[in-house]
Design a protein around this ligand. Structure first.
Ligand code: SF4
Ligand code: SF4
Length: 354
């Protein structure tokens, strides 16, 4: 696998060249926070960031997306016909995606790309995108990626993995898409037989001190976990704001709605959240998850038990720590995971004892 060296002096020149062949997306600073945005007019992605508040999942799963449009105007020939909205699936590249967020896309893909169901919107955007990761040398205290199936230099889901190396970036070209991107940018200087990346990886992993234990989750009885007493404590403070699910790179719930303005309408899908009371309301008015406890339990059981049992690929969490940092009442998935993982083995409850 080829590792190239990109002199930081040549960075902007390469990005400019890429603007001709790709739509560019990358982190941009807005006030004190970074967000992933379309980089128009020659904007250079700012890679001097830690973690973004929102994950970059919107790159392939927009927060709100039109699917169909229609007209209710009888004078039009195509009135009352549902027509697919035209989409732009031309090549794009996203710069600076963290390895944990790239791994999250692979977990979501297991749900959006199955033998039975394929989500064309998500898949088309995913296929059109080249993912250029930025290794994480300064993880947050809330990051627990190394025990959540990923890590600061993890390569899964990436086409290129870049790492900051002072005056230059080292870039490992992981796929054909990654090679093509480097060629288009004019980045071709070999980094030689350097073991800098391996050393940086070891150093970055050593900085991740927050962990979760997950090894016992698959052996637990789902119904016993579901009926456990600790959910009362876990959910007590939750205000069902949905922040945890909106910031999470692995949360994929959405809702489909029709919006009509005058005589024109569109069918769109938007992010939704299992933490919202109306998410599961049936047309009869019955709500199978009417209480806060049921909704909080659903979120954790899905990520830490149902997903584990269904796919046997670890937990549905990459340890990015966003929900930990941004929950207004400090509900911490690491403690809940600890409680679920140790459930039944003794009488301690990590949630109560914290
Ligand atoms: S962010 Fe915290 S308070 Fe808001 S829904 Fe999630 S767990 Fe509940
Ligand atoms: S559950 Fe929390 S820590 Fe895990 S991936 Fe989602 S936001 Fe990150």
């Amino acid at each position: 696998m080829k590792v190239i060296k990109i002199d930081k002096k040549d960075w902007a020149k390469g990005i400019k060249a890429l603007h001709k062949a790709y739509g560019l997306i990358g982190p941009v600073k807005e006030k004190e926070y970074f967000t992933f945005q379309v980089l128009s007019g020659g904007t250079i992605p700012d890679l001097e960031f830690r973690n973004t508040r929102l994950s970059p999942k919107a790159v392939v799963f927009p927060q709100s997306e039109d699917m169909f449009e229609y007209s209710l105007d009888d004078s039009r020939e195509d009135h009352h016909l549902l027509k697919e909205v035209e989409k732009d699936y031309s090549p794009r590249v996203v710069f600076g995606i963290r390895p944990c967020d790239a791994k999250a896309l692979e977990l979501v893909k297991m749900n959006f790309d199955t033998d039975e169901y394929k989500d064309p919107y998500w898949l088309n955007l995913y296929e059109a995108t080249t993912f250029v990761g930025m290794a994480c040398d300064s993880p947050c205290s809330t990051c627990f990626c190394t025990t959540a199936g990923t890590g600061p230099y993890h390569e899964e889901g990436l086409d290129v993995l870049m790492a900051d190396n002072g005056d230059s970036y080292l870039a490992k070209l992981l796929t054909d898409k990654g090679e093509k991107l480097a060629t288009s940018a004019g980045w071709a200087d070999s980094a030689g037989k350097s073991d800098v990346l391996a050393a940086k990886k070891t150093a970055a992993e050593a900085k991740i001190v927050s962990t979760v234990s997950t090894e016992a989750l698959s052996g637990k009885d789902a119904l016993e976990l579901y009926n456990a007493d600790f959910w009362e404590d876990v959910s007590f403070a939750c205000i069902n704001c949905g922040t945890c699910t909106y910031v999470c790179p692995t949360c994929w719930c959405f809702d489909i709605q029709d919006e009509v303005h005058g005589k024109s309408g569109k069918r769109m899908r938007t992010w939704d959240s299992c933490m919202f009371p109306i998410f599961t309301v049936h047309t009869t008015g019955h709500n199978p998850r009417a209480t806060k406890l049921q909704r909080v339990r659903q979120r954790f059981m899905h990520k830490l038990k149902y997903f584990v049992d269904k796919y046997d690929k670890g937990i549905m969490c990459v340890g990015c720590g966003r929900c930990v940092r941004q929950c207004p009442v400090n509900i911490d998935i690491r403690r809940v995971c600890e409680t679920m993982n140790s459930f039944g083995s003794d009488n301690t409850c990590a949630v109560q004892s914290s």
